[in-house]
Design a binder for this molecule. Structure first.
Ligand code: GLN
Length: 313
């Protein structure tokens, strides 16, 4: 059973949970394979909860923007599903990969069809779908516009320095895209796909903005605050299922075991989770474990889920 909490109680539970993992902040390593990400302060730590009634609880650096990286794959997947519907599943699977987020090993055996839309190869195929019928610039504008719509915040933007930095070092993602192209699972030029992909990964958002923008997934696809239907109920359920099984790469099982809520992480150190019918939670702490997920962020979510008694099971 998921419990609801009074606003003051919620703030206290969030503080208690985050205080209890303070000494985990700084454990692990900041992502450095994207040079611009290596410059972030490893001591940052923030968390935000927003309920479907709009109650907000914030902790630490909850209002400071950071690079959302792979969390953006949920936005691109949602947009691509709204664009081509179930046809998407002919190009991307929906099984956990059990491999690293940027792994190439399964692609050869599975003939260029990535395991799921939340690993890099899958997100590159999704980006290719988004590019259909439009230019790079309009595709980027569409993504940014979608994030403005779900967050209610038109100030959210791409961090051009992070996008450039990733583009300059994108050899691994370029390999994945070329490999899929050899199986005809990338239609556009690899350069164009990478331009859009590296930009959506380089969106800057705070925990508060992220929690707000995922609220539609906690309420059957309808944003509970604006009342806008963003996706159908069935689609929201499916996106949550994919996050539950694939949102943390080869540590998805461990995350489900510890936290028990569908979520998505990024190498910027952010993680967002959905508590169906109740709330969303976003955390940020830049140091990552060996799977590329925020170390203190995962610990914080485990503590928050325990304190709030929020769990889908
Ligand atoms: N932009 C990053 C990459 O493609 C995203 C990876 C991540 O956040 N796990 O490598």
């Amino acid at each position: 059973m998921t419990r609801r909490h009074e606003p003051n109680e919620l703030k206290k539970l969030l503080s208690k949970a985050c205080d209890s993992v303070r000494n985990e902040v700084g454990v692990g390593k900041v992502a450095s394979y994207i040079p611009a990400l290596a410059r972030v302060n490893p001591e940052k730590f923030g968390a935000a909860i927003i309920t479907v009634d709009g109650e907000t609880a914030l902790y630490g650096d909850a209002q400071e923007a950071f690079s959302i990286q792979s969390i953006s794959k949920v936005f691109s997947l949602t947009l691509a599903l709204n664009k081509v519907g179930d046809h998407l599943w002919t190009r991307v699977g929906r099984e956990p990969s059990g491999n690293a987020f940027n792994s190439i090993v399964q692609l050869e055996k599975e003939r260029g069809i990535p395991r799921n839309p939340l690993v890099n190869a899958g997100a590159l195929a999704v980006t290719d779908i988004l590019l259909q019928g439009q230019s790079i610039e309009s595709c980027k504008a569409q993504l940014r516009g979608f994030i403005h719509r779900v967050s209610g915040d038109p100030s959210i933007h791409f961090d051009e320095e992070v996008a450039r930095s990733e583009l300059e070092t994108a050899n691994r993602n370029a390999s994945l895209a070329h490999f899929m192209k050899s199986f005809n699972n990338i239609e556009h030029s690899v350069e164009d796909v990478l331009q859009v992909y590296c930009h959506h990964c380089a969106i800057s958002m705070s925990c508060e903005q992220l929690a707000r923008s995922f609220l539609f997934l906690s309420q059957n696809g309808q944003d509970p605050l604006s009342r806008e239907q963003i996706v159908s109920e069935q689609r929201a359920r499916r996106i949550n299922s994919i996050m539950m099984l694939c949102g943390h790469y080869d540590a998805s099982g461990d995350f489900a075991f510890r936290v028990g809520l569908p979520g998505k992480s990024g190498v910027g150190g952010g993680i967002v989770v959905v508590v169906p019918d109740v709330a969303t939670i976003a955390v940020w702490s830049p140091c990552l474990n060996s799977n590329g997920n925020s170390h203190a962020g995962s610990a914080a979510l485990e503590a928050i889920a325990r304190e709030t008694q929020w769990n889908i099971l």
